[in-house]
Design a binder for this molecule. Structure first.
Ligand SMILES: NC(=O)c1ccc[n+]([C@@H]2O[C@H](COP(=O)([O-])OP(=O)(O)OC[C@H]3O[C@@H](n4cnc5c(N)ncnc54)[C@H](O)[C@@H]3O)[C@@H](O)[C@H]2O)c1
Length: 339
């Protein structure tokens, strides 16, 4: 088998992980591309005699495929360069920073017949697969709502707010669990530190077919690291805690049932309490699963599980949160009665 030559653009926090996992795959030759030469020195320190370049244009002819792991604002231009040359491209989340750019990338991939995949890492996460299996099995009963929290003293970004940085994960997880995209978002977001971008945000997404709301809390400014997805069903509830080593998913056999008491002072619900079960999950590093799938998609020509269109769907939701944040949206008109 001839080796696939994969260029990883951006050897920062996340790109360095792509280089590590791709370097470990059989018949893959990695070229590290970063505009900052000190990052290339670091790549060679860690990986030995790996080939490096300071710009994608300098080595495009020597590549079969490209992984774009530069900051979000650079995704569209880098991916367009690679797709235009007919290379397969894996773009980190979010696919692009505007719907127009994401649409153009999907269209370019189609016309060039090139593979375009988006790095929605959690859709390659065995714990998320398990959670979907539980939701699909009906064990939780009808889904009432989903709540997610992605909090930390986070990595403040220069070119996007906390929603575009972190919420792609939650939008991708929830829409994957429910097999549908939301038709409406409501947003609260605020900047507390820095000059430009909101660092704490709350989203509500409406999933019309299931009649489910999902609530997403993302923050770069929180003392506690939290990576949690809670699915509340009529019968049971499930919690996916990405920070747990051996109990990533727990199913809680608890709930409340509505009552219609005669006595107006009686509590309107009764409570159920039962076991907490944590199913066994054969864990594998999601980034390794994802990048292996990308290389397989290149070799076989098969459509990846998270194609460009999936990235575009998520970008549409992210863009709707920008609209929801426009000045005046959600303003409560006072009737002039308050003195
Ligand atoms: N899937 C995940 O779980 C996950 C996690 C973290 C980050 N990410 C994504 O990975 C991407 C990178 O994030 P990061 O935190 O590693 O950023 P980073 O700032 O740590 O690294 C970005 C690197 O890209 C380089 N770069 C910027 N523009 C370039 C260009 N035009 N050509 C070549 N190099 C360029 C910079 O010099 C830097 O070294 C982002 O899109 C982010 O959303 C994904």
């Amino acid at each position: 088998m001839t080796a696939q030559r994969v260029g990883v653009v951006g050897y920062g926090y996340w790109g360095s992980k792509h280089v590590r996992v791709l370097n470990g795959l059989p018949d893959v030759e990695v070229i590290v591309i970063d505009a900052d030469p000190t990052r290339l020195v670091e790549a060679q320190r860690v990986h030995g005699p790996v080939r490096v370049a300071t710009s994608l244009d300098d080595c495009l002819d020597d590549l079969d495929a490209v992984v774009v792991a530069a900051p979000p604002g650079a995704h569209a231009a880098l991916a367009t360069t690679a797709l235009d040359a007919g290379k397969g491209v894996l773009v980190e989340k979010p696919l692009a920073t505007s719907v127009a750019d994401a649409e153009a990338m999907v269209e370019l991939a189609r016309t060039r017949g090139a593979c375009l995949m988006v790095g929605h890492t959690f859709e390659y996460n065995p714990a998320v697969w398990k959670l979907k299996e539980i939701v699909d099995s009906g064990e939780l009963g009808r889904i009432l709502y989903i709540d997610t929290a992605r909090l930390d003293l986070g990595r403040y970004q220069n070119d996007c707010n906390v929603i575009w940085d972190l919420a792609p994960h939650d939008i991708s997880i929830v829409s994957y669990l429910l097999d549908e995209m939301p038709d409406e978002t409501a947003v609260w977001a605020r900047r507390h530190v820095g000059r430009e971008h909101a660092d704490v945000a709350y989203l509500r997404m409406n999933f019309p077919r299931r009649g489910v709301s999902a609530y997403v809390h993302v923050s770069w400014l929180d003392p506690c690291k939290v990576r949690r997805v809670t699915v509340v069903g009529e019968r049971k509830m499930a919690v996916y805690n990405d920070l747990s080593d051996n109990e990533r998913v727990r199913i809680y056999d608890i709930g409340v049932d509505a009552l219609e008491p005669d006595d107006v002072h009686a509590r309107p619900v009764s409570y159920r309490n039962g076991d907490i079960v944590s199913p066994y999950i054969q864990f594998a590093e999601p980034l390794l699963v994802q990048d292996t799938h990308f290389v397989e998609s290149l070799r076989t020509g098969r459509r990846p599980a998270t194609p460009g269109e999936r990235g575009l769907d998520v970008v549409r939701v992210l863009a709707s949160t920008d609209d929801a944040l426009l000045p005046g949206s959600g303003r409560i008109e006072t009737m002039g009665t308050a003195s």
